[in-house]
Design a protein around this ligand. Structure first.
Ligand code: PCA
Length: 226
């Protein structure tokens, strides 16, 4: 059997462009890392998801169901206006769309999972990730809200699967928002941005940190007053 068959799988998702954008850094970063080996014997599998409520989670489910179960699942999305790579702390059980998704859906105050818990915490070591990125010169900060659009929807759906499916009991996962790309900022003066190469390096580092840090996360503040 080839060595690759023994490798652990890291599922790394990115989204289609949305809201009239031509590009989404989350997919550009995921595809740049597709097939790359991270740490000891883990390999990245990139997955492109539609920016559509419901469908994004269905496509994620298909990839989660493949064998072997992934060791790590990191979902990426764009947070236009942020200047740092931001691991999200918490997913909430709410869809409340300010704009329509790519299929024209615009749910308001709907549950992601009917009857599900109000929220799930990321099981990524978000503090250790922020520390590692900053030490390597990549701007990063914990985020305490993933919003209420498709990113939070996917994040909640992911954490619900990881929490409830026995086959995924050993899988860690979470969501990370990325800044816009410079080309996007050029179209919208004043929008913070980060070069693709820096974003790719940051996500590479965060995957390595997530594999390396087992057990409890660092204990240092990543809080916000509001
Ligand atoms: N960002 C949006 C959805 C897709 C994406 O990349 C969000 O933050 O919800």
């Amino acid at each position: 059997m080839p060595a690759a068959d023994f490798r652990r799988r890291i599922l790394l998702t990115g989204f289609d462009p949305f809201d009239q954008d031509a590009v989404n850094p989350s997919w550009e970063v995921a595809r740049a890392l597709d097939g790359e080996a991270v740490g000891e014997g883990a390999v990245v599998q990139a997955l492109r998801l539609p920016c559509v409520f419901g469908e994004a989670a269905v496509r994620l489910d298909e990839a989660l169901g493949q064998a072997p179960a992934p060791a790590l699942v990191v979902a990426l999305g764009l947070a236009g206006g942020r200047s740092e790579i931001s691991p999200e702390r918490v997913a909430i059980n709410v869809d409340d769309a300010r704009i329509p998704d790519n299929a024209g859906r615009q749910p308001v105050d709907a549950a992601v999972v009917e009857g599900g818990p109000a929220a799930y915490f990321s099981t990524l070591p978000i503090k250790a990730i922020v520390r590692a990125l900053r030490e390597h010169g990549v701007p990063a900060a914990v985020s305490n809200t993933a919003g209420t659009f498709v990113c939070n929807h996917l994040f909640y759906a992911l954490m619900h699967r990881l929490a409830t499916r026995p086959a995924l009991a050993g899988t860690r996962g979470g969501f990370v928002h990325l800044p816009a790309l410079p080309a996007q900022a050029a179209q919208r003066p004043g929008l913070p941005s980060m070069a693709l190469a820096t974003q790719v390096e940051g996500v590479r580092l965060l995957l390595r940190t997530a594999l390396d840090v087992q057990g409890s996360d660092l204990r240092e503040s990543g809080g916000a007053l509001h």
